[in-house]
Ligand binder design. Structure first.
Ligand code: BMA
Length: 322
């Protein structure tokens, strides 16, 4: 029982009745899994950049579009990004994209995990139309994951959140790096750490979708992992970061807000996984649409109210709490 929260954390996001939104069985070409999708709005349409794992185990990224964000998905017949022969860091696949709309470049940044024998690192690409991409290459060397860029500069610099595996693999926390040009990045600063012991986010944490700018701060959805004898449990929690000092955590939800419950989240290639990578907030609306990978097999949608989520976070204890 968490006394400080006036709003129940498990009521903030409601699963769409049409879930799973996208699944390998409805894919236009053979796929083992469709999961962990970045999301954005393009001229009112929802664009998901989906991680598709083929039947070798190698992932690529494919675009799916929908006018209302939950039905009549049209999936491109060809991937947008496959592992590229000129990029050996992508040899074993491109995974877990996050998509950030950046008005300053009149386009989008795509950050993704580039997986190769050297381990997983973070690569960045940009696009103006989701039909062609320009690769900027590796921006954080292995072992690093869960890269995501803020939609605007802070204090003249771009901000990349990421999750390096540090201190001989002992810690997996969220850090940030800064850049003047999206290509060269400063050394990392700590942002949000795992909580110890029995906490739901004690083993690893990683940034989910691009944080959303709100009047109260950057709204963060992150994933937290707890290790159990039966395997890892991946769930989603919330935080608020200071708008001008994004390494400063203003609030953090003690409880997770979305965890595996439904059959498509409990069963699949990796059971008990909810892994959000996409968040949209249609212009002028209070609606949050959270797209998440379920059990490393399909994609789910959960919706919430921005004002309620912010009220909930403001009722959480200040700081990055444990
Ligand atoms: C993480 C990433 C995700 C995956 C999750 C659960 O480390 O590899 O792609 O969804 O594990 O298996």
């Amino acid at each position: 029982m968490v006394e400080s929260s006036v709003i129940a954390s498990d009521m903030l996001f409601v699963r769409h009745p049409g879930n799973p939104m996208l699944a390998p069985i409805r894919w236009p070409y053979p796929a083992n899994a469709v999961m962990n999708a970045g999301a954005t709005l393009v001229d009112g349409q929802t664009v998901l950049l989906c991680r598709v794992e083929d039947r070798r185990g190698i992932s690529h990224l494919t675009v799916a579009r929908s006018s209302d964000g939950f039905s009549n998905w049209v999936v491109e017949a060809e991937p947008l990004m496959c592992p590229h022969p000129d990029h050996p860091e992508e040899q074993w696949g491109v995974e877990d994209p996050r998509v950030t709309r950046i008005d300053e470049i009149d386009g989008w940044a795509i950050t993704y995990t580039a997986f190769a024998p050297g381990g997983p690192g973070i690569s960045l690409a940009t696009t103006e139309d989701f039909r062609t991409v320009r690769r900027h290459g590796l921006v954080r060397v292995p072992e690093d994951k869960n890269g995501v860029v803020l939609p605007r500069r802070v204090d003249g610099k771009w901000i990349l959140f990421h999750r390096p595996t540090t201190v001989m693999g002992a810690r997996s926390d969220i850090w940030l790096s800064r850049s003047a040009d999206l290509d060269s990045w400063s050394s990392p600063e700590p942002v949000l750490a795992t909580r110890e012991g029995g906490w739901w986010d004690s083993a690893r944490v990683g940034m989910g979708p691009p944080p959303l700018e709100t009047s109260e701060g950057w709204l963060v959805v992150y994933h937290g992992v707890r290790q159990t004898v039966a395997g890892a449990l991946y769930r989603a929690g919330l935080a608020l970061l200071d708008l001008e000092q994004p390494a400063h955590v203003l609030r953090r939800s003690p409880e997770w807000v979305l965890g595996a419950q439904m059959p498509y989240e409990l069963m699949g290639d990796v059971p008990n996984v909810v892994f959000p990578c996409g968040l949209t907030n249609p212009d002028g609306s209070d609606e949050l649409r959270l797209y998440y990978g379920a059990a490393d097999t399909c994609i789910g949608l959960a919706t919430g109210s921005l004002s309620t989520v912010l009220s909930y976070l403001l009722s959480c204890p200040p700081g990055s709490g444990g």
